[in-house]
Write a new protein. Structure first.
Ligand code: UD1
Length: 421
Protein backbone atom coordinates (compact mmCIF):
# COMPACT_ATOMS: atom_id res chain seq x y z
CA UNK A 1 0.00 0.00 0.00
CA UNK A 2 1.51 3.34 -1.03
CA UNK A 3 2.05 6.16 1.42
CA UNK A 4 2.99 9.82 1.07
CA UNK A 5 5.79 11.58 2.89
CA UNK A 6 5.84 15.37 3.21
CA UNK A 7 8.48 17.62 4.71
CA UNK A 8 6.51 20.78 5.39
CA UNK A 9 7.35 24.45 5.38
CA UNK A 10 7.97 25.29 1.71
CA UNK A 11 5.86 28.13 0.24
CA UNK A 12 4.50 26.75 -3.03
CA UNK A 13 5.21 28.74 -6.18
CA UNK A 14 4.36 28.31 -9.83
CA UNK A 15 1.61 27.01 -12.04
CA UNK A 16 -0.48 23.87 -11.82
CA UNK A 17 -3.37 22.64 -13.95
CA UNK A 18 -6.68 21.29 -12.66
CA UNK A 19 -7.72 18.08 -14.41
CA UNK A 20 -11.17 16.93 -15.54
CA UNK A 21 -13.91 16.61 -12.93
CA UNK A 22 -14.37 13.12 -11.54
CA UNK A 23 -17.88 13.84 -10.33
CA UNK A 24 -18.89 15.15 -13.75
CA UNK A 25 -17.50 12.28 -15.77
CA UNK A 26 -18.90 9.40 -13.66
CA UNK A 27 -22.63 10.06 -14.30
CA UNK A 28 -21.88 10.87 -17.95
CA UNK A 29 -20.12 7.51 -18.30
CA UNK A 30 -23.21 5.80 -16.87
CA UNK A 31 -25.33 7.68 -19.40
CA UNK A 32 -23.44 5.86 -22.16
CA UNK A 33 -25.74 2.92 -21.27
CA UNK A 34 -28.60 4.91 -22.84
CA UNK A 35 -27.44 4.20 -26.40
CA UNK A 36 -25.65 1.51 -28.39
CA UNK A 37 -23.67 4.14 -30.26
CA UNK A 38 -20.18 5.23 -29.20
CA UNK A 39 -19.72 7.94 -26.56
CA UNK A 40 -16.37 9.65 -26.31
CA UNK A 41 -15.12 11.70 -23.39
CA UNK A 42 -12.02 13.86 -23.37
CA UNK A 43 -10.21 15.49 -20.43
CA UNK A 44 -11.03 12.41 -18.35
CA UNK A 45 -8.87 12.24 -15.21
CA UNK A 46 -6.81 9.10 -14.59
CA UNK A 47 -8.37 8.09 -11.29
CA UNK A 48 -9.30 4.94 -9.50
CA UNK A 49 -13.00 5.89 -9.47
CA UNK A 50 -13.03 6.26 -13.26
CA UNK A 51 -11.40 2.82 -13.56
CA UNK A 52 -14.02 1.39 -11.19
CA UNK A 53 -16.83 2.83 -13.32
CA UNK A 54 -15.20 1.30 -16.44
CA UNK A 55 -15.20 -2.09 -14.70
CA UNK A 56 -18.88 -1.81 -13.82
CA UNK A 57 -19.77 -0.75 -17.35
CA UNK A 58 -17.80 -3.66 -18.82
CA UNK A 59 -19.78 -5.97 -16.57
CA UNK A 60 -22.86 -4.38 -18.14
CA UNK A 61 -21.78 -5.17 -21.71
CA UNK A 62 -20.03 -1.90 -22.50
CA UNK A 63 -16.74 -1.65 -24.34
CA UNK A 64 -14.82 0.80 -22.19
CA UNK A 65 -11.42 1.84 -23.46
CA UNK A 66 -8.97 4.60 -22.70
CA UNK A 67 -8.02 5.29 -26.30
CA UNK A 68 -5.61 8.01 -25.13
CA UNK A 69 -4.40 8.78 -21.62
CA UNK A 70 -7.25 11.23 -21.01
CA UNK A 71 -9.77 10.07 -23.60
CA UNK A 72 -12.33 7.40 -22.94
CA UNK A 73 -14.54 5.59 -25.43
CA UNK A 74 -17.65 3.74 -24.33
CA UNK A 75 -19.94 1.63 -26.49
CA UNK A 76 -22.70 -0.68 -25.27
CA UNK A 77 -22.12 -3.79 -27.39
CA UNK A 78 -24.24 -6.24 -25.40
CA UNK A 79 -27.42 -4.77 -23.95
CA UNK A 80 -28.56 -7.88 -22.10
CA UNK A 81 -26.67 -7.75 -18.76
CA UNK A 82 -28.39 -5.79 -16.00
CA UNK A 83 -26.44 -6.73 -12.89
CA UNK A 84 -24.00 -4.42 -11.07
CA UNK A 85 -22.64 -6.67 -8.30
CA UNK A 86 -21.70 -5.63 -4.77
CA UNK A 87 -18.02 -6.52 -5.30
CA UNK A 88 -17.82 -3.60 -7.76
CA UNK A 89 -20.45 -1.23 -6.32
CA UNK A 90 -18.88 -1.38 -2.85
CA UNK A 91 -15.69 0.13 -4.27
CA UNK A 92 -17.45 3.30 -5.35
CA UNK A 93 -20.84 4.70 -4.36
CA UNK A 94 -21.22 6.60 -7.63
CA UNK A 95 -21.85 3.26 -9.36
CA UNK A 96 -25.49 3.70 -8.29
CA UNK A 97 -25.63 6.05 -11.32
CA UNK A 98 -26.11 3.05 -13.61
CA UNK A 99 -29.54 2.33 -12.13
CA UNK A 100 -31.52 5.01 -13.99
CA UNK A 101 -29.92 4.44 -17.43
CA UNK A 102 -30.25 0.62 -17.16
CA UNK A 103 -33.90 0.87 -16.26
CA UNK A 104 -34.65 3.35 -19.03
CA UNK A 105 -32.85 1.48 -21.81
CA UNK A 106 -33.03 -2.18 -20.78
CA UNK A 107 -36.24 -2.13 -18.73
CA UNK A 108 -34.65 -3.78 -15.73
CA UNK A 109 -31.71 -3.44 -13.38
CA UNK A 110 -30.21 -5.24 -10.44
CA UNK A 111 -27.71 -2.97 -8.69
CA UNK A 112 -26.16 -3.68 -5.29
CA UNK A 113 -27.13 -1.13 -2.61
CA UNK A 114 -24.04 0.98 -2.06
CA UNK A 115 -24.30 0.98 1.74
CA UNK A 116 -22.74 3.58 4.02
CA UNK A 117 -19.22 4.94 4.09
CA UNK A 118 -16.98 6.80 6.50
CA UNK A 119 -18.68 10.11 5.80
CA UNK A 120 -22.13 8.88 6.85
CA UNK A 121 -25.10 6.65 6.12
CA UNK A 122 -25.72 7.90 2.56
CA UNK A 123 -29.21 6.61 1.75
CA UNK A 124 -30.58 6.29 -1.81
CA UNK A 125 -34.27 6.65 -0.93
CA UNK A 126 -34.64 9.76 -3.11
CA UNK A 127 -33.18 7.98 -6.15
CA UNK A 128 -35.73 5.20 -5.66
CA UNK A 129 -38.60 7.63 -5.01
CA UNK A 130 -37.86 9.40 -8.28
CA UNK A 131 -37.60 6.21 -10.31
CA UNK A 132 -40.80 4.83 -8.75
CA UNK A 133 -42.58 8.06 -9.73
CA UNK A 134 -41.56 7.31 -13.33
CA UNK A 135 -43.33 3.96 -13.03
CA UNK A 136 -40.54 1.60 -11.99
CA UNK A 137 -41.28 -1.32 -9.66
CA UNK A 138 -38.51 -1.48 -7.14
CA UNK A 139 -37.71 -4.05 -4.53
CA UNK A 140 -34.73 -4.60 -2.26
CA UNK A 141 -33.62 -8.20 -2.12
CA UNK A 142 -30.46 -9.72 -0.66
CA UNK A 143 -28.74 -6.35 -0.64
CA UNK A 144 -29.59 -5.48 -4.23
CA UNK A 145 -31.99 -2.91 -5.67
CA UNK A 146 -34.11 -4.79 -8.18
CA UNK A 147 -35.99 -2.54 -10.56
CA UNK A 148 -38.09 -3.15 -13.61
CA UNK A 149 -40.41 -1.18 -15.82
CA UNK A 150 -41.96 -2.12 -19.12
CA UNK A 151 -42.41 1.54 -19.83
CA UNK A 152 -41.35 4.66 -17.91
CA UNK A 153 -43.77 7.57 -17.97
CA UNK A 154 -43.00 11.23 -17.27
CA UNK A 155 -44.04 12.55 -13.86
CA UNK A 156 -43.73 15.54 -11.55
CA UNK A 157 -41.13 14.66 -8.96
CA UNK A 158 -40.02 16.56 -5.87
CA UNK A 159 -36.49 15.40 -5.16
CA UNK A 160 -35.61 17.01 -1.83
CA UNK A 161 -34.71 15.31 1.45
CA UNK A 162 -33.71 16.34 4.96
CA UNK A 163 -30.37 17.63 3.69
CA UNK A 164 -31.67 19.32 0.56
CA UNK A 165 -31.20 18.18 -3.00
CA UNK A 166 -29.31 15.07 -4.11
CA UNK A 167 -26.62 15.22 -6.78
CA UNK A 168 -26.49 11.60 -7.91
CA UNK A 169 -30.22 11.18 -7.25
CA UNK A 170 -30.91 13.99 -9.71
CA UNK A 171 -28.49 12.40 -12.21
CA UNK A 172 -30.18 9.00 -11.88
CA UNK A 173 -33.76 10.26 -12.28
CA UNK A 174 -32.76 12.61 -15.08
CA UNK A 175 -30.95 9.83 -16.95
CA UNK A 176 -34.08 7.68 -16.76
CA UNK A 177 -36.56 10.46 -17.62
CA UNK A 178 -34.82 11.26 -20.92
CA UNK A 179 -36.21 8.00 -22.37
CA UNK A 180 -39.58 8.06 -20.51
CA UNK A 181 -42.80 8.72 -22.36
CA UNK A 182 -44.03 12.28 -21.84
CA UNK A 183 -42.83 15.12 -19.67
CA UNK A 184 -40.95 14.88 -16.37
CA UNK A 185 -40.38 17.77 -14.02
CA UNK A 186 -37.76 17.44 -11.29
CA UNK A 187 -38.37 20.00 -8.54
CA UNK A 188 -35.53 20.78 -6.12
CA UNK A 189 -33.07 19.29 -8.58
CA UNK A 190 -29.42 19.58 -7.57
CA UNK A 191 -27.80 22.41 -9.54
CA UNK A 192 -24.16 21.47 -9.04
CA UNK A 193 -22.08 22.13 -12.20
CA UNK A 194 -21.66 18.35 -12.56
CA UNK A 195 -25.44 17.92 -12.96
CA UNK A 196 -25.48 20.76 -15.48
CA UNK A 197 -22.72 18.98 -17.38
CA UNK A 198 -24.70 15.73 -17.48
CA UNK A 199 -27.65 17.70 -18.91
CA UNK A 200 -25.43 19.14 -21.63
CA UNK A 201 -24.11 15.70 -22.52
CA UNK A 202 -27.60 14.18 -22.60
CA UNK A 203 -28.71 17.02 -24.88
CA UNK A 204 -25.84 16.19 -27.25
CA UNK A 205 -27.19 12.62 -27.24
CA UNK A 206 -30.57 13.98 -28.36
CA UNK A 207 -32.38 14.44 -25.03
CA UNK A 208 -34.78 17.35 -24.56
CA UNK A 209 -34.04 19.12 -21.28
CA UNK A 210 -34.79 22.67 -20.16
CA UNK A 211 -34.11 24.55 -16.95
CA UNK A 212 -30.48 23.36 -17.03
CA UNK A 213 -28.52 24.70 -14.04
CA UNK A 214 -31.72 25.53 -12.10
CA UNK A 215 -33.64 23.73 -9.36
CA UNK A 216 -36.44 22.87 -11.82
CA UNK A 217 -35.51 20.55 -14.65
CA UNK A 218 -38.03 19.79 -17.37
CA UNK A 219 -37.43 16.74 -19.50
CA UNK A 220 -39.42 15.77 -22.59
CA UNK A 221 -38.87 12.08 -23.18
CA UNK A 222 -37.55 10.86 -26.55
CA UNK A 223 -37.62 7.35 -27.97
CA UNK A 224 -33.89 6.94 -28.58
CA UNK A 225 -30.56 8.61 -28.00
CA UNK A 226 -27.39 8.64 -30.04
CA UNK A 227 -23.67 8.62 -29.24
CA UNK A 228 -21.94 11.90 -28.46
CA UNK A 229 -18.57 13.42 -27.61
CA UNK A 230 -17.90 15.64 -24.62
CA UNK A 231 -14.98 17.32 -22.93
CA UNK A 232 -15.08 17.12 -19.12
CA UNK A 233 -15.20 20.37 -17.14
CA UNK A 234 -12.29 21.15 -14.81
CA UNK A 235 -12.56 19.62 -11.36
CA UNK A 236 -13.66 22.40 -9.02
CA UNK A 237 -12.74 20.44 -5.88
CA UNK A 238 -9.24 19.61 -7.12
CA UNK A 239 -8.81 23.24 -8.19
CA UNK A 240 -9.99 24.51 -4.80
CA UNK A 241 -7.70 22.04 -2.98
CA UNK A 242 -4.74 23.37 -4.98
CA UNK A 243 -5.76 26.94 -4.12
CA UNK A 244 -5.76 26.03 -0.42
CA UNK A 245 -2.32 24.40 -0.91
CA UNK A 246 -1.00 27.72 -2.21
CA UNK A 247 -2.73 29.58 0.60
CA UNK A 248 -1.70 27.40 3.54
CA UNK A 249 2.00 27.46 2.58
CA UNK A 250 2.08 31.24 2.16
CA UNK A 251 2.76 30.72 -1.54
CA UNK A 252 1.94 32.17 -4.94
CA UNK A 253 0.21 29.63 -7.17
CA UNK A 254 -1.69 29.92 -10.42
CA UNK A 255 -4.25 27.15 -10.89
CA UNK A 256 -4.83 26.88 -14.62
CA UNK A 257 -8.38 25.89 -15.65
CA UNK A 258 -9.83 26.71 -12.19
CA UNK A 259 -13.22 28.28 -12.89
CA UNK A 260 -14.18 31.19 -10.67
CA UNK A 261 -17.85 30.81 -11.68
CA UNK A 262 -17.83 27.32 -10.10
CA UNK A 263 -15.93 28.41 -6.99
CA UNK A 264 -17.62 31.62 -5.83
CA UNK A 265 -18.24 30.44 -2.25
CA UNK A 266 -14.73 28.99 -1.80
CA UNK A 267 -13.14 32.15 -3.22
CA UNK A 268 -15.24 34.28 -0.88
CA UNK A 269 -14.20 32.13 2.11
CA UNK A 270 -10.51 32.31 1.18
CA UNK A 271 -10.74 36.08 0.87
CA UNK A 272 -12.40 36.31 4.29
CA UNK A 273 -9.57 34.20 5.68
CA UNK A 274 -7.16 36.83 4.35
CA UNK A 275 -5.85 35.14 1.23
CA UNK A 276 -5.51 37.10 -2.00
CA UNK A 277 -7.40 35.54 -4.90
CA UNK A 278 -7.11 36.96 -8.41
CA UNK A 279 -9.14 35.81 -11.35
CA UNK A 280 -6.87 35.68 -14.38
CA UNK A 281 -7.37 34.53 -17.97
CA UNK A 282 -8.00 30.77 -17.90
CA UNK A 283 -7.45 30.29 -14.17
CA UNK A 284 -7.17 31.62 -10.63
CA UNK A 285 -4.11 32.86 -8.73
CA UNK A 286 -3.73 32.55 -4.98
CA UNK A 287 -1.22 34.70 -3.12
CA UNK A 288 -0.80 34.38 0.61
CA UNK A 289 1.45 35.71 3.36
CA UNK A 290 0.79 32.67 5.55
CA UNK A 291 -1.34 34.60 8.07
CA UNK A 292 -4.99 33.62 8.31
CA UNK A 293 -8.08 35.09 9.95
CA UNK A 294 -10.60 32.72 11.52
CA UNK A 295 -14.11 32.49 10.05
CA UNK A 296 -17.35 30.60 10.53
CA UNK A 297 -18.34 28.55 7.54
CA UNK A 298 -21.20 26.22 6.69
CA UNK A 299 -21.32 23.68 3.88
CA UNK A 300 -24.38 23.89 1.66
CA UNK A 301 -25.61 22.60 -1.68
CA UNK A 302 -24.23 24.48 -4.69
CA UNK A 303 -23.53 27.39 -4.94
CA UNK A 304 -22.63 27.24 -1.22
CA UNK A 305 -19.36 25.94 0.19
CA UNK A 306 -19.09 22.32 -1.01
CA UNK A 307 -18.99 19.62 1.63
CA UNK A 308 -16.15 18.19 -0.47
CA UNK A 309 -14.02 21.22 0.59
CA UNK A 310 -14.91 21.17 4.29
CA UNK A 311 -11.91 19.13 5.46
CA UNK A 312 -9.40 21.09 3.36
CA UNK A 313 -10.71 24.47 4.60
CA UNK A 314 -10.64 23.13 8.16
CA UNK A 315 -6.92 22.34 7.73
CA UNK A 316 -6.38 25.98 6.77
CA UNK A 317 -8.44 27.31 9.68
CA UNK A 318 -6.47 25.04 12.03
CA UNK A 319 -3.54 27.46 11.63
CA UNK A 320 -5.63 30.68 11.64
CA UNK A 321 -5.22 33.33 14.28
CA UNK A 322 -8.38 32.71 16.35
CA UNK A 323 -11.44 30.49 16.65
CA UNK A 324 -13.55 29.28 13.71
CA UNK A 325 -16.74 27.25 13.59
CA UNK A 326 -17.16 24.82 10.70
CA UNK A 327 -20.70 23.49 10.29
CA UNK A 328 -21.50 20.50 8.07
CA UNK A 329 -25.00 20.62 6.59
CA UNK A 330 -24.72 17.90 3.95
CA UNK A 331 -23.07 14.95 5.72
CA UNK A 332 -23.40 15.63 9.47
CA UNK A 333 -20.87 12.91 10.39
CA UNK A 334 -18.16 13.99 7.99
CA UNK A 335 -15.52 14.79 10.61
CA UNK A 336 -13.12 11.83 10.46
CA UNK A 337 -10.23 14.21 9.75
CA UNK A 338 -10.52 15.94 13.14
CA UNK A 339 -8.74 13.16 15.02
CA UNK A 340 -5.95 12.84 12.45
CA UNK A 341 -5.44 16.63 12.34
CA UNK A 342 -5.30 16.43 16.15
CA UNK A 343 -2.31 14.08 15.82
CA UNK A 344 -0.66 16.95 13.97
CA UNK A 345 -1.28 19.31 16.92
CA UNK A 346 -4.47 20.93 15.56
CA UNK A 347 -6.92 21.97 18.26
CA UNK A 348 -10.35 21.00 16.96
CA UNK A 349 -13.36 19.71 18.82
CA UNK A 350 -16.60 18.35 17.40
CA UNK A 351 -19.84 19.82 18.72
CA UNK A 352 -22.85 18.13 17.09
CA UNK A 353 -22.69 18.89 13.39
CA UNK A 354 -20.07 21.59 13.89
CA UNK A 355 -16.37 21.66 14.62
CA UNK A 356 -14.81 24.33 16.80
CA UNK A 357 -11.40 25.05 15.36
CA UNK A 358 -9.02 26.86 17.69
CA UNK A 359 -6.16 28.08 15.55
CA UNK A 360 -2.68 26.98 16.63
CA UNK A 361 0.68 28.68 15.92
CA UNK A 362 2.02 25.65 14.09
CA UNK A 363 1.19 22.07 13.14
CA UNK A 364 3.61 19.28 13.83
CA UNK A 365 4.23 16.52 11.29
CA UNK A 366 3.13 13.04 12.35
CA UNK A 367 2.26 9.63 10.98
CA UNK A 368 -1.44 9.87 10.03
CA UNK A 369 -3.94 7.74 8.19
CA UNK A 370 -6.16 8.73 5.27
CA UNK A 371 -9.79 7.82 5.99
CA UNK A 372 -11.62 9.10 2.93
CA UNK A 373 -10.88 11.05 -0.19
CA UNK A 374 -11.26 14.65 0.96
CA UNK A 375 -10.08 13.99 4.53
CA UNK A 376 -6.83 12.69 3.03
CA UNK A 377 -6.46 15.86 0.98
CA UNK A 378 -6.79 17.83 4.23
CA UNK A 379 -3.94 15.80 5.75
CA UNK A 380 -1.74 16.52 2.73
CA UNK A 381 -2.48 20.25 3.11
CA UNK A 382 -1.69 20.12 6.82
CA UNK A 383 1.52 18.25 6.05
CA UNK A 384 2.59 20.98 3.60
CA UNK A 385 2.63 23.57 6.38
CA UNK A 386 3.57 21.37 9.36
CA UNK A 387 6.99 21.37 10.95
CA UNK A 388 9.01 18.21 10.34
CA UNK A 389 7.79 15.19 8.42
CA UNK A 390 4.25 13.94 7.91
CA UNK A 391 3.68 10.40 6.78
CA UNK A 392 0.22 9.63 5.33
CA UNK A 393 -0.75 6.00 4.95
CA UNK A 394 -3.67 4.51 2.99
CA UNK A 395 -3.25 7.01 0.17
CA UNK A 396 -5.37 4.90 -2.15
CA UNK A 397 -8.16 7.16 -0.90
CA UNK A 398 -6.38 10.15 -2.48
CA UNK A 399 -5.93 8.24 -5.74
CA UNK A 400 -9.70 7.85 -5.99
CA UNK A 401 -10.11 11.55 -6.70
CA UNK A 402 -6.77 13.32 -7.27
CA UNK A 403 -4.58 12.48 -10.25
CA UNK A 404 -0.97 12.42 -9.08
CA UNK A 405 -1.53 15.05 -6.40
CA UNK A 406 1.99 14.57 -5.05
CA UNK A 407 3.51 15.23 -8.48
CA UNK A 408 1.51 18.41 -8.96
CA UNK A 409 2.54 19.68 -5.52
CA UNK A 410 6.18 18.66 -6.03
CA UNK A 411 6.30 20.71 -9.23
CA UNK A 412 5.25 23.71 -7.12
CA UNK A 413 8.22 23.11 -4.84
CA UNK A 414 6.69 20.91 -2.14
CA UNK A 415 8.99 18.32 -0.58
CA UNK A 416 6.58 15.48 -1.07
CA UNK A 417 7.05 11.96 -2.35
CA UNK A 418 5.13 8.73 -2.73
CA UNK A 419 6.61 5.73 -1.04
CA UNK A 420 5.85 2.34 -2.59
CA UNK A 421 5.56 -0.49 -0.15
C1 UD1 B 1 -22.26 13.70 -4.54
C2 UD1 B 1 -20.76 13.71 -4.77
C3 UD1 B 1 -20.03 13.86 -3.44
C4 UD1 B 1 -20.53 15.08 -2.71
C5 UD1 B 1 -22.05 15.07 -2.59
C6 UD1 B 1 -22.62 16.35 -2.01
C7 UD1 B 1 -20.40 12.36 -6.73
C8 UD1 B 1 -19.85 11.10 -7.29
N1 UD1 B 1 -20.37 12.47 -5.41
O1 UD1 B 1 -22.57 12.56 -3.75
O2 UD1 B 1 -18.64 13.98 -3.71
O3 UD1 B 1 -19.96 15.11 -1.42
O4 UD1 B 1 -22.65 14.90 -3.89
O5 UD1 B 1 -22.28 17.43 -2.79
O6 UD1 B 1 -20.83 13.24 -7.45
N2 UD1 B 1 -29.58 11.91 0.59
C9 UD1 B 1 -30.76 11.34 1.04
N3 UD1 B 1 -31.38 10.44 0.24
C10 UD1 B 1 -30.91 10.12 -1.00
C11 UD1 B 1 -29.73 10.71 -1.45
C12 UD1 B 1 -29.08 11.61 -0.63
O7 UD1 B 1 -31.21 11.63 2.14
O8 UD1 B 1 -31.54 9.30 -1.67
C13 UD1 B 1 -28.89 12.87 1.45
C14 UD1 B 1 -27.44 12.47 1.73
O9 UD1 B 1 -27.36 11.58 2.84
C15 UD1 B 1 -26.80 13.80 2.01
C16 UD1 B 1 -27.52 14.73 1.03
O10 UD1 B 1 -28.75 14.08 0.72
O11 UD1 B 1 -27.10 14.21 3.32
C17 UD1 B 1 -26.76 15.03 -0.24
O12 UD1 B 1 -26.28 13.83 -0.80
P1 UD1 B 1 -26.10 13.64 -2.36
O13 UD1 B 1 -26.14 14.97 -3.05
O14 UD1 B 1 -27.03 12.61 -2.84
O15 UD1 B 1 -24.61 13.06 -2.45
P2 UD1 B 1 -24.10 12.10 -3.60
O16 UD1 B 1 -24.83 12.43 -4.83
O17 UD1 B 1 -24.06 10.69 -3.12
Amino acid sequence: MDSIEIKGGVPLKGEVRAGGAKNAVLPMMAAALLTNETCRFTNVPKLRDVDSMCMILRQLGVRAERVQPHTLELEAIDESPCLAPYSLVSQMRASICVLGPLLARRGRARVAMPGGCVIGTRPIDLHLKGLRALGARINIDRGDVIADARKLRGAEIYLGGPHGSTVLGTCNVLSAAVLAEGITTIENAACEPEVEELCRFLKKMGAKISGIGTKRLKIEGVTSLKGAEHSTIPDRIEAATLLVAGAITGGDVFVRKARADHLAAVIDALRQIGVKITEEANGIRVTSNGKFKPMDLTTLPYPGIPTDMQAQLMALLAVADGISVVTERIFPDRFMHIAELGRMRANIRKEGTSAIVIGVKYLSGAPVMASDLRASAALVLAGLVARNTTHISRVYHIDRGYERLERKLARLGARIKRLKT
